[in-house]
Design a protein around this ligand. Structure first.
Ligand code: KIV
Length: 271
């Protein structure tokens, strides 16, 4: 029987077993109790409380403004809903870069105040010291390479990363550094499928892709994008499984019309 069918609780160990057995890992973001409950019941393997909450929940243009307190609020709401999935929380911009002690104290706050199981941070060689320090406290760390949205003002755009040989070589080196530092998994965002496949077969830890082709050990999407709640974001890699935006809008319009016409509430809907 496949690993994900046997387990009651997904752990970092379960994910590495899945990689060894060639079972694909399914990961989605969530930021609140209600959605987390639905996707956990559907048996998603990993829930990422992503700093994409800055965009989809708070309406900012980038992931930079979201704070550690905001992330803790979202993560604690998600954890209260989850019985099975591994919950990973993004360390937000400015809470770990350039200072491994701050990285550790931010991670400790997340673990203590939310009950989540792991943290994620962006970057390669420049965050290795932070990864090691966080791990020294027994906190599992997921890495994130390729398009790293917290560095958007350095990149200038959200285009595909590591298309040139030099950047691809650096990404491969960073992946190995993060593995050696002790990361339990890596996210690769928006890089060529060929490179993502090479990284996946060069490291022993699970590699989860977003816009990184089909050769990674798993896939992650932003929940609000794959459900079609967000509309303006339409990259090639995004498969929409629903158009909740128009379904919700239609339901709200029907409600407004029922209120205005005094069809709602009817005799059975009152005391
Ligand atoms: O914040 C996020 O949602 C992410 C995913 C895109 C991997 O980091």
């Amino acid at each position: 029987m496949s690993v994900h069918k046997q387990v009651k609780r997904v752990t970092t160990h379960v994910l590495s077993e899945m990689k060894i057995r060639g079972e694909k890992i399914a990961m989605l973001t969530a930021y609140d109790y209600s959605f987390a409950r639905i996707i956990d019941e559907a048996e998603i393997d990993v829930i990422l409380v992503g700093d994409s909450a800055s965009n989809v929940m708070a309406g900012y243009d980038t992931t930079l403004p979201i704070t550690l307190d905001n992330m803790i609020y979202h993560a604690a709401s998600v954890v209260r809903a989850v019985k099975r999935a591994l919950v990973v929380v993004d360390l937000p911009f400015g809470t770990y870069q350039g200072n491994s002690k701050e990285a550790l104290s931010s991670s400790i706050r997340i673990m203590k105040e939310t009950g989540a199981h792991a943290v994620k941070l962006e970057g390669g060689s420049q965050v290795v010291e932070s990864v090691e320090r966080i791990l020294s406290a027994g906190i599992p760390v997921m890495g994130h390479l390729g398009l790293t949205p917290q560095a958007i003002h350095k990149f200038g755009t959200y285009v595909v990363r590591a298309k040139e040989e030099e950047e691809a070589r650096k990404l491969m080196e960073d992946a190995k550094l993060l593995e050696d530092a002790g990361c339990f998994a890596l996210v690769l965002e928006k890089i060529p499928a060929l490179l993502a496949g090479e990284v996946t077969s060069s490291v022993r830890i699970p590699v989860i892709g977003i816009g990184a082709g089909g050769k990674t050990d798993g896939q992650v999407l932003v929940l609000h994008d794959m459900l079609g709640i967000t509309q303006e974001f339409s990259p090639r890699f995004l498969r929409r499984y629903h158009n909740l935006h128009s379904e919700i809008k239609g339901a709200v319009q029907a409600y407004i019309s029922d209120v205005r016409s005094q069809d709602f509430p009817n005799d059975r809907e009152q005391y």
